[in-house]
Design a protein around this ligand. Structure first.
Ligand code: FE2
Length: 556
């Protein structure tokens, strides 16, 4: 989503930031998420929390960051090398230690620590902690994946995306951390945002200003921004209770990134894109609990017994540049790619795997086609805001967001045609990016319009943790102008079964052999650190159906 849709003078925004920005000390004092945080002694050495990720049947990635001396601030390149001990135990009191080791870190990797702890048992809960410079970290809880051939009765995961620190509090993370039923957390991207204070916030208010107080461009900048996010107590709490499986979208580098640049990158004035992207990737590899090192390949597949696989996609590193508009003839080029040929084949292979029932795809941008009615082409650059004036019910039209799979129709046709031609069932795309909640069926042939024919899969889209959405862009109260737009989108796109353009929050997905169900929860106020999370709706995918239907109630 392009923040230029939200217009606010930089000076005004900076004034508001100065007036309202309270900083992290206040954040820690007012959110007070101690009840959700596992036991463990806090220390300035471990000021960025602990995390785990990418669970396999016998191993899991463990992460922390140490500040062994005051000089070793994130992004500084200063401070001494430090030895960090780690322990994995079968009990929260660490009486039964099952693995331990020691690693050395230092300024070359910004004093981050990432350990692939192996020799573990499948489908087992563990506790882990670190020691450095005489200090003990908080205790984290994690869980290995089931064995590949295991029968798994149930898998439950949080699904989140788009957490702009300047746009609000991470209460969504705190509410998730307070649950005890999560096997993992799937983060679909926009874990952080690259903007300076005043460039993108909650409508016209910077709730908490970014650090550094500039758009991030250099390696030092990206490291500092990661560090700032990881001082948030709610984010720390959710990292500490379950393993995360993450991918990036655009804002981990710059808005609307593609393989050779980004909308929010000025070649030359902001250095070379190649260097900026390398800096963003290095900081991501250092600061995230992911089995990825800079220069490597982020897309990967995890497996949860015979119940599910999860193919996490990287739709930024290999894609062609976005089309200039929804009527750009480039859209018709059959060679356009969003995944790149190798990743596309990786995706098709995963979808065709008959050893596993649910084929989940961690899909950073929406794959369901969403069309403008014809006649609004001239306003296409306004994005979905142009739909406010929509006559109902026109049909035929052009895609409304060419940063999504809608901008790469040939490659999408290959994916959906593969599902149809192979008779693949139980393919579920989990999607973020668009700051709104959707439940979509996936038409077998998205090249025809209006769309007809069978559904070959489903797409469940979580809304943003905090980032602006339609009522924010329009500057209208929630559930007013945007409700009319939702109706218009659904009338013109009948495969869209559920749509909420206004809420912020999180989703929880459960898989069983009988079906998949996603619950959507919405925050009462993203700018209130004490906001409640309220159940909004639930949609269910009966096994074998490739259809979504409203569920009778939320998961219990
Ligand atoms: Fe986003």
């Amino acid at each position: 989503m392009t923040p230029s849709e939200v217009q606010l003078s930089r000076r005004r925004a900076l004034q508001l930031a100065a007036a309202t920005g309270t900083g992290l000390a206040a954040a820690a004092a007012t959110t007070g998420s101690a009840s959700a945080t596992p036991p463990g002694r806090r220390s300035p050495v471990f000021g960025h929390g602990v995390a785990s990720g990418d669970p396999l049947p016998r191993s899991v990635v463990l992460w922390t960051r140490v500040t062994p001396t005051p000089a070793a601030t994130p992004g500084s390149g200063q401070g001494p090398a430090a030895d960090v001990e780690w322990e994995v135990a079968a009990d929260p009191g660490f009486r039964r230690i099952v693995r331990r080791g020691s690693v050395r870190t230092g300024p070359a990797r910004d004093h981050t620590v990432k350990v692939d702890a192996d020799g573990l048992s499948p489908a087992t809960g563990y506790w882990y902690r670190f020691r450095c410079a005489g200090a003990l970290s908080a205790v984290g809880r994690t869980r290995t994946a089931p064995a590949a051939d295991a029968t798994v009765p149930r898998l439950r995961m949080a699904v989140v995306s788009c957490a702009n620190l300047q746009a609000g509090w991470f209460t969504a993370y705190r509410h998730l951390a307070a649950r005890s039923d999560l096997d993992l957390v799937v983060h679909l991207g926009d874990y952080l945002y690259e903007y300076a204070p005043g460039e993108y916030q909650a409508r016209d208010v910077v709730v908490r200003p970014h650090d550094p107080a500039t758009e991030i461009v250099s390696l030092s900048d990206y490291r500092r921004r990661h560090a700032q996010y990881k001082t948030d107590p709610d984010l720390q709490a959710l990292h500490a209770v379950a393993p995360w499986v993450v991918t990036w979208d655009d804002h981990e580098s710059a808005n609307d990134a593609w393989s050779g640049g980004a909308e929010n990158h000025t070649e030359g004035a902001e250095g070379a894109w190649r260097a900026r992207r390398a800096a963003a990737q290095q900081a991501y590899a250092e600061w995230m609990p992911v089995r990825y090192e800079a220069g490597g390949q982020l897309y990967r597949r995890l497996r949860f017994g015979r119940l599910a696989s999860l193919s996490m996609l990287d739709l930024r590193s290999h894609r062609d540049q976005q089309a200039s508009s929804p009527v750009d003839p480039a859209l018709d080029d059959p060679s356009r790619t969003i995944a790149g040929p190798e990743q596309l084949q990786f995706l098709l292979d995963g979808l065709a795997d008959q050893q596993v029932q649910w084929k989940l795809v961690g899909n950073p941008v929406m794959i369901a086609p969403v069309r403008f009615p014809s006649g609004l082409e001239s306003r296409a650059a306004e994005g979905v805001a142009a739909l406010v004036d929509l006559p109902v019910p026109p049909v035929a039209g052009v895609p409304y967001n060419v940063d999504q799979w809608d901008g790469y129709p040939a490659e999408r046709a290959a994916v959906l045609g593969h599902l149809r031609d192979r008779g693949i069932r139980d393919a579920v795309f989990l999607t973020g990016d668009i700051h709104s909640g959707w439940a979509n069926e996936l038409p077998a042939d998205p090249s025809t319009y209006p769309l007809t024919g069978d559904s070959v899969g489903v797409e469940l889209v979580c809304t943003s943790v905090t980032s602006d959405n339609l009522d924010d862009i329009l500057g209208t109260p929630p559930r007013t102008a945007s409700a009319a737009v939702e109706t218009a989108v659904k009338v013109n796109n009948p495969h869209v079964k559920y749509l909420d353009f206004d809420s912020h929050g999180f989703s929880v997905l459960e898989l069983t052999e009988a079906g998949a169900q996603m619950d959507w929860f919405v925050l009462t106020d993203r700018t209130d650190p004490r906001a409640a999370a309220v159940w909004s709706t639930s949609w269910r995918v009966p096994a074998g159906s490739s259809r979504v239907e409203r569920a009778a109630g939320r998961l219990r």
